[in-house]
Ligand binder design. Structure first.
Ligand SMILES: Cc1cc2nc3c(=O)[nH]c(=O)nc-3n(C[C@H](O)[C@H](O)[C@H](O)COP(=O)(O)OP(=O)(O)OC[C@H]3O[C@@H](n4cnc5c(N)ncnc54)[C@H](O)[C@@H]3O)c2cc1C
Length: 368
């Protein structure tokens, strides 16, 4: 009987997993692969701040990226997974898919649950739709923008939006320090770059509420803004928790070193949806640098499991954090394998070009 491998999500992790598994199982008959994704386009999520700032992104149809692989694409939204029955419910025909092996790679969304009003009044840059809405909301206004979140997404969004509208007031608000994973030198460069872009940095500033008029700060102060961008963390939807798969407190799928679900060994998981742990035992960073090797490892392990070999462990080795600061400036913070920063940096145009090369290279690799 034909073995049905279903991959959920055609982002960085899911696409690599599906294509890798197809390549490895090509000569092994009896396996068909279905890739389910909400859109028929691959979304370059790492460029969504550019889309929010009004730039046009390349069109990347999934059917082109999948050409010649034999993978069947189902353009549909997953509405439920039943891990006990091994079924996936989708919102288009045939409505129910039955799997023998599942790869769960449905990614993450912005976490707008942290403070009152964020879900209603703030925009995000975590999905294609978020970025389109943010652009629509900001392109005809001239007043201040407040970006909440001093991590990489907040920094990239603030600088890109400031560069798109020189002279506009852009605030970057964070409860800790901006760029917490950077070295001291990296943080110094970042502060200078934010100043050059006209972004006002508010560190150690906690947001209490988002309203239609801007931010209410936890100390009682206010920050008026025409638009608020919420970039203070990602979360995963409740699908995995509701499926019966073992998850952690954040709803991330708990897996062994081989990326197999701790509760259901026929399920592998990859990307932002996974509670994987970095080399030093800390939670791995939600990033392409985590999702891409996870997708590749999931492909190898699915192929191993289906051909009677032993799946191997995921080994994460971080090398850098690559931050764009508008189109012509950037900051590449080199890191140890455990993601902790070393003093070495690449900055300015050289870093911007390097990041562009890495981003393009990733899509080239996904095409292959
Ligand atoms: C603005 C921004 C900039 C970033 N910059 C960087 C960076 O420079 N470097 C870096 O390493 N990381 C960066 N990241 C993080 C990185 O984009 C994510 O960690 C990465 O996309 C995770 O890959 P994934 O495959 O797990 O999820 P995704 O890429 O989000 O893919 C998930 C896929 O599943 C689909 N999907 C979701 N729910 C459903 C459903 N119910 N039904 C059907 N399909 C569904 C989605 O449409 C999507 O195609 C950035 C993120 C953002 C938002």
């Amino acid at each position: 009987m034909t073995h049905h491998l279903v991959v959920l999500g055609a982002g960085y992790a899911g696409l690599v997993a599906a294509k890798g598994a197809a390549r490895r199982l090509r000569r092994h008959g009896g396996v068909r692969i279905t890739l389910v994704n909400a859109s028929d386009r691959f979304v370059e999520r790492v460029r969504l701040h550019q889309l929010a700032a009004g730039q046009q992104l390349r069109d990347l149809p999934l059917r082109t990226l999948l050409a010649g692989t034999g993978i069947q694409l189902a353009v549909a939204r997953v509405t439920a997974v039943d891990a006990a029955a091994r079924t996936v419910r989708i919102d288009a025909a045939p409505h129910v898919l039955t799997y023998d092996t599942l790869v769960y790679a449905l990614g993450s969304t912005a976490d707008t649950t942290a403070v009152p009003g964020a879900a209603t009044h703030a925009s995000a840059v975590a999905t294609h739709q978020d970025a389109v809405l943010l652009h629509a909301r900001t392109q005809h206004t001239r007043g201040p923008l407040a970006v909440v979140g001093g991590g990489l997404t907040g920094i990239e969004a603030a600088t890109e939006l400031a560069e798109a509208r020189p002279g506009r007031t852009v605030h970057l608000v964070t409860q800790g320090e901006a760029g917490p994973g950077l070295s001291e030198r990296g943080r110094r460069y970042l502060r200078g770059a934010l100043r050059r872009h006209g972004v006002t940095l508010h560190e150690h500033t906690r947001v209490g509420e988002v309203t239609a008029d801007g931010l209410v700060l936890a100390d009682g102060g206010g920050m008026p803004a025409d638009a608020v961008v919420w970039a203070a963390g990602f979360r995963v939807p409740g699908l995995a928790r509701e499926s019966g798969l073992a998850v952690d407190g954040r709803g991330l799928i708990t897996v062994g070193p081989d990326l197999r679900s701790l509760s259901h060994p026929e399920v592998f998981a990859a990307g932002d949806a996974v509670a994987a742990y970095g080399p030093d035992g800390s939670a791995s960073r939600m990033s392409c640098q985590t999702g891409l090797p996870m997708g590749a490892r999931a492909a190898r392990n699915v192929a191993a499991a289906l051909t009677g070999r032993t799946p191997g462990p995921l080994r994460l080795h971080y090398v850098w954090q690559n931050i764009s600061l508008g189109r012509h400036d950037g900051l590449t913070q080199f890191t140890r394998a455990d993601d902790s920063p070393v003093p070495a940096l690449l900055t300015g145009r050289a870093s911007a070009r390097f990041k562009e090369a890495v981003t393009r290279g990733t899509v080239l690799a996904l095409r292959r």
